[in-house]
Every structure is written in structure tokens, then in C-alpha cells.
Design a protein around this ligand. Structure first.
Ligand code: G3P
Length: 217
């Protein structure tokens, strides 16, 4: 299972990268705005900074919602760095643009996916990644993890190569449940990754080992 970090915060990206377990980064316009990165030039420069910090795929989202605009923006994003994955919204023109980019060998991530039918369309269009938003489904009393299971079944039935990128992951149990269900990738905040480290018995056990070592030395 690949671990992506879902942020545009360079310190947090570096922190996860330094652990040696990071496989990539996802961003979106809201995450960029949260870091105060505004204006096309600054946003493009920030993507390059992220690519220079990590080794894996970096999803960069288009703002246009029409096919021509998405193609124009997506091509400019893909030209920035070979780690860039063009992130496209799950709308009709987004699917059309996904097919366009996949035919050209440019990696894509179809985002804002909330149903198995949408995920099926993304796979048909040759998406590299599909991003079902599990946390946002949970927010409206719908089982986000069930969507991961449905997509896994559909993709396995037809050996679709599109990778299931569980997005809107909020906490460690989302990560573990996505791993159990066979999501190919998860993207979440640094806290959802660092939370996996924690167990009180680890802390108690380590304290005891160090205490016993000190007694004998
Ligand atoms: O990866 C999608 C993500 O950025 C959305 O997360 O927590 O805003 O639902 P959230």
C-alpha cells in the first residue's frame, strides 16, 4: 500500500519524507489556499518545490472545468516536472480530459469521487488513480469504506489497472481499514500517518528496557 500525504505544507511533507515511508503527495486548491499559496505563478512554483522534496507522484489539480481549459492547464502542469500527476474533477469534461491525458501517457488522478459508478467511468477513461473521498461520505452518514470495497470488487472483476487512492482519510483507523480492503494508496494528513506509530505498550516497554539497562550499567 502506498502512503501519500495530503497537504501543501512543505514542513509536513519533509517530516513524512524523512521517515522514509512516503510514496507521494496530493494537493488540492483548498490545501494550497490553507498554506497561503495564491496566484498561478506561486502555485506552479510550489508544485515544483514539492516535487523536489519527495520522490513519488505529486497530484496537481486543474482549476478549469471545461475540456479545453483542463487540457491546457493539465499540459502546463505535466510540463512542470515528471512527478506531476494531473488531477481532474469527476465531471463529464474531466473524464474526457482523463482519456486525452491517458492516451498521451500522462498520469491522471480523478478526484471528487463519491460513487462506484464514477469510479468505473474513471477506470474506463484510463485514470492512473481514482480518489474516492471516504471522510466526506462519513460526514454525511454514508459508509465511505464501503465505497472502497465496492470499487475494489469492480476493478478486480475486470482487472482495471487504475489505482484506488483512498482520499479524505482523516485518521489512523481509516488507514488501517483501507489497507484491509485493498486500497492501493491512501492519502491523509501527517497525523493519520504518525498516529500509526502509537501504542502505550510500546512506550511502557521501551521505558522498562531503558530502566533495566541503566540498572546493569
Ligand atoms: O484528498 C482529498 C482531501 O484533500 C479532502 O479531504 O478532509 O477535506 O475531506 P477532506
Amino acid at each position: 500500500m502506498k502512503f501519500f500525504i495530503d497537504t501543501a505544507n512543505l514542513e509536513q511533507i519533509k517530516e513524512a519524507e524523512d521517515m522514509g515511508i512516503l510514496d507521494g503527495v496530493t494537493t488540492n486548491p483548498s490545501l494550497m489556499a490553507k498554506e497561503g499559496i495564491t496566484g498561478t505563478d506561486n502555485i506552479l512554483k510550489h508544485y515544483v518545490k514539492i516535487c523536489n522534496l519527495v520522490e513519488g507522484d505529486v497530484s496537481a489539480e486543474v482549476i478549469a472545468t471545461d475540456f479545453e481549459g483542463m487540457v491546457r492547464e493539465g499540459e502546463a502542469l505535466a510540463d512542470l516536472h515528471d512527478q506531476i500527476v494531473v488531477k481532474l474533477p469527476m465531471i463529464k469534461d474531466g473524464i474526457k480530459a482523463c482519456k486525452y491525458f491517458s492516451d498521451k501517457g500522462i498520469k491522471t488522478n480523478v478526484t471528487l469521487v463519491f460513487s462506484a459508478g464514477q469510479a468505473l467511468l474513471a477506470a474506463k477513461a484510463g485514470a492512473t488513480y481514482v480518489s474516492p473521498f471516504i471522510g466526506r461520505l462519513d460526514d454525511i452518514s454514508t459508509d465511505g469504506l464501503n465505497l472502497i470495497a465496492e470499487i475494489r470488487q469492480i476493478y478486480d472483476n475486470y482487472a482495471f489497472e487504475t489505482q484506488i487512492l483512498a482520499a479524505s482519510v482523516r485518521h489512523t483507523m481509516h488507514v488501517i481499514d483501507c489497507a484491509k480492503l485493498g486500497a492501493d494508496v491512501m492519502t491523509g494528513p501527517l497525523s493519520s500517518i504518525e498516529g500509526l506509530l502509537k501504542h502505550p505498550l510500546t512506550d511502557i516497554g521501551l521505558a522498562k528496557f531503558l530502566e533495566d539497562y541503566k540498572k546493569g550499567n
